[in-house]
Write a protein that binds this ligand. Structure first.
Ligand code: SF4
Length: 286
């Protein structure tokens, strides 16, 4: 094939491709061509056809559409619920006793294990509808082995009894930390991480209908949020499916009595959901 024949062949191939493109053909199947013998160089004509092919206005083959990932039936923002079976009241008592025994010998936080008098596990009904979660034992709690027994404990008791019309024995009260931090300093992140599994297990065993988180440490531990308290209180949250209210820690209320009004509003949220009425205030005898 001489040069003019090659040019003529190239021209007719180009015209054919352009005519196919005008007719709407956007792809053509090429017959499989056996590769030339290794020693044989490709012909000049073949090289030119390959070079010219992109100039032919053939619509590009559409790229395959991206396939959407399978949609989970559970929202990304939905808290995973507690999967463990609900225990009978007797089994709850036994499970809490076993857990308390584990806690009593815990040394995960060496400094706290060294300085504490004893661990402070929790107190109240193993079938409580409402569970309060505070921060950590103070000096009185460390001495007596019971949460919320000092001045702030008395205020919490008043909130439960005089405010909500419940008894302390009807609810369950626990702290994030089970050992007293020295000098009542705030719990450290690492200590919260060490102790949190015990609190999580308490909640799994008791399975309260409602949670009330008292102060920032309880919020940080269970709700994993960095929002300030005043953005969190006064509304509902969820911890593993359990409706949860956030309010001020009683020790803060002792320092800031003006915040008691907000704490009362938070308790009323709980009471409304629990179907509780505030007890009648006894009128002083005239
Ligand atoms: S605070 Fe909790 S994790 Fe740390 S030593 Fe006490 S019981 Fe153990």
């Amino acid at each position: 094939m001489d040069a003019s024949e090659r040019q003529s062949l190239i021209r007719s191939v180009r015209q054919r491709l352009e005519s196919l493109a005008r007719a709407g053909v956007d792809r053509i199947a090429l017959p499989e061509i056996a590769p030339p013998p290794a020693r044989e160089k490709p012909s000049i004509a073949a090289v030119k056809v390959i070079e010219m092919a992109p100039a032919v206005p053939i619509r590009p083959v559409a790229a395959p559409r991206p396939v959407a990932p399978p949609v989970s039936s559970r929202s990304l923002f939905e808290e995973p619920k507690i999967e463990e079976p609900i225990l009978s009241p007797d089994d709850r008592v036994a499970a809490l006793a076993t857990l308390a025994a584990d806690v009593s010998i815990c040394v995960r936080c060496p400094q706290l294990a060294e300085s504490r008098t004893q661990t402070v596990f929790g107190i109240g009904s193993p079938t409580a509808r409402l569970m309060f979660v505070g921060e950590a034992p103070g000096a009185d709690e460390d001495r007596l082995g019971e949460p919320f027994v000092g001045r702030s404990g008395q205020l919490l008791t008043d909130m439960i009894t005089k405010g909500m019309g419940l008894s302390r024995a009807e609810v369950y009260i626990a702290n994030v930390l089970k050992s007293r931090p020295p000098d009542n300093r705030p719990p450290m992140r690492e200590e919260i991480a060490h102790c949190l599994p015990y609190l999580e297990r308490q909640i799994e065993i008791i399975r309260p209908e409602f949670l009330c988180l008292l102060g920032k440490s309880a919020v940080t531990a269970l709700l994993e949020t960095v929002l300030p308290m005043n953005r969190l209180r006064g509304k509902w949250h969820r911890y593993r499916g359990i409706p949860t209210v956030v309010t001020w820690h009683p020790s803060y209320l002792l320092r800031q009595p003006s915040a008691k009004k907000e704490a009362w509003e938070d308790l009323q949220l709980l009471m409304q959901a629990m179907g509780l009425k505030a007890p009648d205030r006894q009128k002083p005898a005239s």
